[in-house]
Design a protein around this ligand. Structure first.
Ligand code: CCH
Length: 290
């Protein structure tokens, strides 16, 4: 299917900045979620999972149709815990009923990332809600109990290369794994709501011990209280992935630039944007208060 973007009728960049501001304010206000981490990480993860169902081969899934809100996709075991993000965003959808779900979820991710001091993301509007019948089947999201070959092959479905894969997984600098959601437990780094290159620094420098969680998952723990899943750890075990891990550990600006480019691609996979679609760069709340 061809997915042509259509910007919501009569809407201008400033209308989308209003949505950004509403989400950003809500993140600020509801800052006690997840023991004080706040909603940034889980909203960022939703933007990835609503995009991560895409299949290049038939252009099914992906962020365009906003199908995450249908029960089949929401109840995908790989989406456990993301109900918190969609509950968080539902009042925003009520306040801006003209906004498509695909635009809501992706703009939510961009807002979360920028408010956590991550890179500026040029975002384009115009995803169009698709009917329930277009909801992709479960099983398209990655299983963390795997190594480098699996990760490389998984991201081939999107056409992502090694550098893009390592950059994208660096999003694990924020948030944490929750036993009740995934069977893993703990954070990758110390500043769970500040977007940094900590993931790579910790992957290289912490002393890792492999354990089995109470849910039977394999994870690596460090004495400082950090963790890695097998797919995270694989980035250190594979020599071509390791090259980029080292680069991003040394150079946060390089990480931000490569993450930005890969994340924009992730959110736009399979969508044809008309030439006049604006690339909107949102101001953070901090910038608007200066
Ligand atoms: Fe991830 N991620 N992710 N991830 N993820 C989890 C949590 C977050 C995988 C598995 C998991 C990306 C890639 C991968 C975030 C962003 C991204 C969890 C724990 C698992 C499992 C969920 C829980 O227990 O609540 C795997 C496998 C891959 C690829 O191989 C990419 C790409 C991104 C974004 C660009 C974020 C953020 C979190 C934290 C969520 C939270 O609630 O704190």
């Amino acid at each position: 299917a061809l997915h042509v973007a259509h910007t919501e009728d009569g809407k201008k960049p400033e209308d989308f900045q209003k949505v950004y501001n509403a989400i950003a304010k809500k993140i600020r206000e509801e800052d006690d979620y997840d023991d004080g981490v706040g909603y940034g990480p889980v909203v960022l993860r939703l933007s990835w999972h609503c995009s991560g169902t895409w299949d290049k081969k038939d252009n099914s899934g992906g962020s365009f149709g906003g199908t995450y809100h249908y029960p089949k996709e929401m109840n995908d075991p790989a989406n456990a815990g993301l109900q918190n993000a969609s509950r968080f965003l539902e009042p925003i959808h009520k306040e801006f009923p003209w906004l498509s779900y695909g635009d809501l979820y992706t703009l939510g991710g961009v807002t979360a990332l920028q408010e956590m001091q991550g890179p500026k993301i040029p975002w384009r509007p115009g995803r169009v809600d698709l009917p329930e019948a277009d909801t992709p089947d479960n099983g398209r999201l990655p299983d963390a109990e795997n190594g480098a070959d699996y990760v490389r092959n998984f991201f081939k479905r999107f056409g992502f290369n090694d550098q893009e894969v390592v950059a994208l997984i660096g999003a694990h600098s924020v948030g944490e794994t929750h036993m009740e959601n995934s069977g893993y437990n703990g954070p990758w780094g110390a500043a769970e709501n500040v977007f940094t290159n900590q993931f790579y620094v910790n992957l290289l420098n912490e002393k890792w011990t492999r354990i089995t969680t109470e849910k039977g998952k394999t994870q690596y723990n460090s004495p400082d209280g950090f963790m890695m899943m097998p797919t995270d750890f694989a980035l250190k075990e594979d020599s071509n992935y390791l090259k980029y891990v080292k680069k991003y550990a040394e150079d946060q600006d390089a990480f931000f630039e490569d993450f930005k480019n890969a994340y924009v691609k992730l959110l736009e996979n399979g969508i044809e944007f008309p030439k006049d679609t604006p690339r909107i760069i949102f101001k953070t709340l901090d910038e608007q208060e200066d």
